[in-house]
Write a protein that binds this ligand. Structure first.
Ligand code: CO
Length: 470
């Protein structure tokens, strides 16, 4: 029998980004990360995802940390490991569309401060919304991974995915990610999808999923057998539930096979030992809600990604309406359909989630529509695969004008104006980007930063207890 060609699977570690975003509302601090960096740097991970996504917002808003400083500290510690970030196309790390000059500058500064691989996605898979970020990353000589937001629905056929993969290849990406936020990709479907993608493109394929529906590890196994190159996993204390499959488990799964990762289990065990007390403490303080840790098979029906589940829980808690959790979950697929059946990932997940909460708490659909729902229906987030529900369009925006072009084409350059607005707070070039993304939170943070220096304790430094921004 011919010997099977060796093809070690690459591991992308998420414990410093997606894992804690999914399980503990992105509250892991830089201080908690620092002591373990040198050990993690010896593992031989393909990359460590440690920045972007919600970490930027959460560091500023809840942890009173400068996200740029965190990135520099991580870069300084990880001497041998590629650092990866998650970037929301034209939304950058915020929730609206920004002008091209802001997107370009953000990409430039992310790479300058230490990012190697930028994973770029759009919540509608509208590739027009990725163009500026992809081109900027290519220009800055970063590795560009374009991620397609995975979802289910009539429009999302194998032809859809392979067609998208070809377009992504033509855009100049260096790898392709299938980003399955809710754990919707089941094992045998993964075989079909990865095989089809492998025929459509020569790019390395990275599969990103979440354990929410309980199938993730099996999905990785089938995907790897079908030719997947990279899988995203999380160190065991922050794995499973709404997070990723455990790194150690996947490493063990492929041991002694052609896919052997070659990673050292003893070293991984030491790293897990470090993170375990952090997880246990989060459970004790309630930061980690046991509700998001088990298998939630209903996610297959509601198609709700991990981060969104924990946000919904805290949003409803704030309203003393935790008993409405399943009502809201049931409303989600309806709202999603009304809005053109987009994948549910930031910001579409927040938009659909918040609108679902409104619909349930108000007792009537779209009696109140959020500004973001209106913007989606006006085309301001780009094009969805399916059309919007015309009745909902009529009820929410009436005869207001809609747009069909790339939304950012209508946004004039913003950087100069932003620089002027925030000049008094500026201590580093990157501050204007922080301000661009979250103007109010940034100013609060800048005041706090200044006060720390003068050792005055202003009321602006009060702990914020609000729900995660939507
Ligand atoms: Co994820």
């Amino acid at each position: 029998m011919a010997e099977i060609e060796k093809k070690p699977i690459k591991i992308m570690e998420t414990v410093l980004r997606d894992a804690h975003q999914s399980l503990i509302a992105t509250r892991m601090t830089t201080e908690q990360m620092v002591p373990i960096i040198s050990k993690m740097d010896q593992v031989g991970y393909h990359a460590v995802e440690c920045w972007g996504g919600a970490t930027f917002d959460a560091s500023l808003r809840f942890l009173k940390e400068d996200p740029w400083q965190r990135l520099r500290i991580l870069r300084d510690g990880f001497k041998n490991t590629k650092l990866q970030m998650l970037f929301r196309g034209q939304n950058i790390l915020g929730y609206r569309h920004y002008a091209d000059d802001v997107v370009e500058y953000f990409v430039q500064k992310s790479i300058a401060n230490g990012i190697d691989i930028i994973r770029i996605f759009d919540c509608f898979n509208d590739l027009r919304n990725l163009k500026t970020a992809v081109n900027a990353a290519v220009k800055e000589k970063g590795e560009v991974q374009v991620a397609l937001s995975y979802t289910l629905g009539d429009a999302y056929t194998l032809d859809y995915w392979t067609d998208m993969a070809k377009k992504v290849t033509d855009m100049g990406a260096t790898s392709l990610c299938i980003k399955d936020m809710a754990g919707l990709l089941v094992p045998y479907q993964a075989t079909e999808l990865i095989q089809a993608l492998k025929e459509a493109t020569d790019l390395p394929i990275d599969l990103h999923t979440h354990y929410t529906s309980g199938v993730a590890a099996m999905t990785y196994l089938k995907a790897v057998e079908a030719g997947c190159d990279i899988i995203d996993t999380a160190m065991s204390p922050f794995s499973m539930g709404t997070s990723q499959p455990a790194t150690e488990v996947m490493v063990e799964t492929f041991k002694g096979t052609p896919y052997d990762t070659g990673l050292d289990q003893n070293l991984l065990a030491e790293i897990a030992d470090y993170f375990r007390p952090i997880q246990e403490n989060a459970l004790k303080t309630g930061l980690l809600n046991p509700k998001v840790m088990g298998v939630n098979i209903k996610t297959l029906l509601y198609q709700v990604p991990g981060g969104m589940l924990s946000n919904l829980v805290s949003q409803l808690k704030e309203q003393n309406a935790e008993d409405k959790y399943y009502d809201v979950l049931m409303e989600v697929p309806q709202v999603r359909k009304d809005l053109g059946e987009p994948p549910l990932v930031t910001p579409s997940s927040q938009i659909v989630g918040t609108q679902s909460v409104f619909n349930v708490l108000m007792g009537e659909r779209y009696r109140m529509a959020t500004a973001e729902t209106k913007a989606v229906l006006k085309g301001e987030y780009g094009q969805t695969v399916k059309p919007f529900n015309p009745e909902v369009v009529q009820k929410v925006i009436g005869d207001e004008e809609v747009i069909t072009c790339r939304p950012a084409d209508l946004i004039p350059p913003e950087l100069d104006k932003l620089e002027q607005e925030m000049a008094q707070w500026k201590e580093q070039d990157e501050d204007v980007l922080t301000y661009a993304l979250f103007p109010q939170v940034a100013v609060e943070f800048f005041k706090y930063r200044q006060a720390q220096k003068t050792k005055v304790d202003p009321d602006t430094a009060d702990e914020k207890n609000g729900v995660y921004p939507v």
